[in-house]
Design a binder for this molecule. Sequence first.
Ligand SMILES: Nc1ncnc2c1ncn2[C@@H]1O[C@H](COP(=O)(O)OP(=O)(O)OP(=O)(O)O)[C@@H](O)[C@H]1O
Ligand SMILES: [Mg+2]
Length: 354
Amino acid sequence: MALLLEILLLGPLLLACWLLASSGRFGSHDGRQRPDGALSAPQRLGPYTLGSKLGEGAMGEVYRAWNSAVGAWHAVKLLPRDATPNDRRRFEKEARLGAQVRHPNTVSILEPARDGDGTCYYAMELLEGTSLQQLVEREGPQPPARVARILRQLSAALAEMHAQGLVHRDIKPDNVLLTGRGDNSGDGSGADVCKLIDFGLVEHVGALAERQPEGTLIGTPLYISPEAILAPETVGPRSDLYGLGAVGYFLLRGEPVFRGSSLIEVCCHHLHTVPEALPMAPGDAVAAELASIVLACLAKDPSERPASAAEVARRLARPSEVPSLPNRRATRVRPSLAPEAECRTAHDQRRIAA
Ligand SMILES: Nc1ncnc2c1ncn2[C@@H]1O[C@H](COP(=O)(O)OP(=O)(O)OP(=O)(O)O)[C@@H](O)[C@H]1O
Ligand SMILES: [Mg+2]
C-alpha cells in the first residue's frame, strides 16, 4: 500500500521526466544539435586541430585533438555553437571544478574552458581505452579480483573529490575509462588504470543543500541513488557510494542492479527493491567480502552505507586477496530487449543544473 501511495505521489514528477526523456535528454538541450543529430565541430580551436570523435554525451562531444603548442595529443570536449547561456555556464563550471580534482584515477583537465571561434571547449588528457560499459558489453561479468581493483581506484578518486567538498553525482560505467597503463600483475587485469571522467554534474555539497530545481531528476536513472530521487537536497558523498555500488554490481553480474520497463519502475526499484544476491562461489570468503561492500554501498538509507569512499578504498586495499570466481560464464548484455532499451535510452538522461 505504501508503495502504491508513493508511486501515486511520485507519478506526476516521474511521468513528466519520462515524457521529457522520451523526447530527448532532460534539461535545456533543445536546439543544440542539427536536425540530423550531428554537432558542427570546427576543425581548429585555439592551438588544437580536431581529429576523430572519441564520444559524445548530454553535454557535448569529445574529440582527439593535436595541440600544436606543445606537440601532443589531447582530448577536447566542446559545446556546440548554439549552446544556451545556461549550458555555457554549466560547461565552464564543469571545467573549473574538474580542474580542481587532482588524482591519478581522475582525468586531468588541462586548462579552463575557452572560447574558440564561438565554440566553448576545454582540453583534457587523452585517455586511450575502454569504458566499463563497453568492457561488460564485450566480455560479460568481470572476475572479483579485477572488480576489486577497479572499485578501489574509483573509490580513491571519489575520496579525493569528496575531501574537496565536491560530489560527482553521475557515477556510472560510461563515466569510468580503463586505460591499461598500469603495471601488469600477471593475471591480465593488473594493467587496468581506472579514470573517472565527466564532471558535468559535479557540485559543492553545500550548494546542493541550498538550492535544488523543483521536479527534476539529476543523475542517470540506472545508477541514481534513492535520495537523489526523493530528496535531491540531501545528496552527498554517500550518494556517489551508491553509484559506486551500482557500478560494482554491474561489473560482477554483467547487468545493472535494477531494470524496468519505464523510468518510474527503475526509480521504484532504487527506492524499495533489495538487490538480488551476487553470484558467489561457496566458501569464497574474500569474494563474499567484495560482494558485501558492493551491497552495503547499495543500502537505501545513506547512513547504512560505508562511512566514506576512503573507507571503501581501505577495505579494498589488498586486491590480491580477492580471488577470481571459478567457472564464471561470460554472458553478454543483451541490448535488444525492450525494457533494457528503454533504460539504455535513459542511461544518459539527466538534468543539468547551472
Ligand atoms: N579524456 C578523454 N579521453 C578519451 N575519451 C574521452 C575523454 N573524455 C570523454 N571521453 C569520451 O567521450 C564520452 C563523452 O564524454 P563525457 O562523459 O564527458 O560527456 P557527457 O556529455 O558529459 O556525457 P554523459 O552526459 O552522456 O555522461 C565519454 O563517454 C568517453 O567515451
Ligand atoms: Mg559521460
